[in-house]
Design a protein around this ligand. Structure first.
Ligand SMILES: [Zn+2]
Length: 162
């Protein structure tokens, strides 16, 4: 854990000096995964900021993490943002992501603080969203100052339950 915190601290300090190195919405969290495996779930839960909201009751149309099949959200939470549910974005490194927009995603935890760097949706800052269970990078939580927020989930990292 100490190593991980140190690593992130150094990374963030570096990022502050070099804005181009900030974790853009499209960057993979692959660099975090090997370290996560060393720690217990309790410690991991203390590391990520997990939403307290539980799974929506009564919904049968769940959307799952493709990696571990944990419930992430449900189909009723799909929304349109700027006129479309699906959006395709490329990051500064040319990595392309197809994302779907969801009102909420109770199965997501969050890593890091909000950033406006490379913001995809005008007026919205973003924060990395990971699967609560396996910590796979699932997408981003977008938030505006007018208290509107939504999730952009990477479509090839989630699957329908049915
Ligand atoms: Zn998962």
């Amino acid at each position: 854990m100490y190593f991980l915190i140190t690593y992130i601290t150094i990374f963030n300090k570096t990022a502050l000096k070099k804005p181009g190195m900030l974790i853009a919405p499209n960057l993979s969290l692959a660099f975090l995964r090997p370290q996560h495996k060393k720690y217990s779930n309790e410690k991991l839960q203390s590391f990520i900021d997990v939403e307290s909201k539980e799974k929506e009751a009564g919904s049968e149309d769940f959307i799952l993490c493709r990696q571990c099949l944990q419930i992430v959200t449900n189909k009723a939470e799909r929304i349109e943002v700027e006129g479309s549910h699906c959006h395709t974005f490329a990051n500064p490194h040319g990595i392309i992501y197809d994302i779907g927009c969801f009102r909420s995603a109770a199965g997501c935890g969050h890593v890091g603080s909000y950033s406006y760097e490379f913001a995809w949706f005008k007026g919205f800052s973003w924060r990395i969203a990971v699967c609560k269970l396996c910590l796979t990078h699932l997408g981003w939580l977008f938030d505006s100052q007018s208290n509107k927020s939504f999730y952009g989930l990477i479509l090839n990292r989630i699957i329908d339950s049915a």
